[in-house]
Write a protein that binds this ligand. Sequence first.
Ligand code: BGC
Length: 420
Amino acid sequence: MNLTRKLAVSACVVAVALSACSRQEEGGGEVEVLHWWTSGGEARSVAELKKMLEERGDSWKDFAVAGGGGETAMTVLKSRVVSGNPPTAAQVKGPGIQEWAREGVLANLNSVAQAGDWDNLLPGVVSAVMKYEGNYVAVPVNVHRVNWMWANPAVFEQAGANIPTTWDEFKAAADKIEAAGFIAVAHGGQPWQDSTLFESIALGIGGASWYQKAFVELDEAALNSPTMVKAFDTLRMVQSYIDKDAANRDWNLATAMVINGKAAMQFMGDWAKGEFTAADKVPGTDYICMPAPGTAGSFTFNIDSFIMFEQKDESAITAQAHLAEAIMDPAFQEVFNLNKGSIPVRLGMDLSKFDQCAKDSSAEFASSSMNNKLVPSWAHEMAMPPANKGAMFDVVTAFINTPGMSSNDAAAGMANAGKL
Ligand code: BGC
């Protein structure tokens, strides 16, 4: 028995009444967790999960695969599962959960879910995604909003520009920002970042019901439409305000350009807020969070979750249950999301420690859902099967990297990508 465990067990002997102790006494297994949370804010967040698990007497084997958006992590996961050696848990989202469940390799989490009352503590749209054939196979962590714009108000002020609420206003502001010697848009030229940017532009141009038709229903007429063409025209315009060193820049380095006042804006989900928080920056003063132009009232959601792979060893099964239970624990939901930039996925949480961006996100999550303006983020695996998503990434990135590619060709490419 290691020292931490010995201390935990003896503490339980003294305080048998504490329910946390009974959990610790059962601990002692190892969980290997695959994730791609390697930036400053992300690492602080995942450290909280590791800590809570260790408090339950288990050990954490970190399986971090760097690369925002998780594409590399998913490739590594496939090879581990194919070789018969899956981790205990892996960060997998949206329709990807169902694909893994169909392979018959996932554990059934129903007993933890029933004990924790997950059916009542999760929004129905979320629990549906976490279940396969009625059984829980994944546990959700948070709700990220993707259609955010992060702005440095000092840069706007020095440039004499207003923070934009439409793409026309964006152009006017970006011209002033460049004239004042700043980079208007901080971006990293990686496929998932290209599509994250395009997703927000498309939502702003086409609105939530067109977005739903195009990116969720994969409706051919919506995909290959004048609205899609206009969205690509707007992407071309926005692209002209990205600096020439953007190729392959990581997203958190782009966020750092806004934090340090080199650039005025970044279009990125609220994991970017985790970077501002880690740098001790205060929302409303040091930085501004605003919906991306044209998207106020709409909400592209991105829910991080972990799938759990079937285990043979008894201690691994127990440790895995501890991990699932820890993720839904209110204390974890609070501290993790404070660091991560997201909001808790668990309903009924007290948000008093959260900042205004998180409170806005929570309010818009609720109101957008009542107004049919709550849509899944396709750039973050929530809306369509991974194969369609990959094909759409290819179109958007080809468009960005091919100055001669027309918006009409790109729209036709999106329709083809929807047909796979
Ligand atoms: C994940 C976030 C993560 C971001 C950047 C997104 O797809 O949902 O949790 O912070 O990628 O890596």
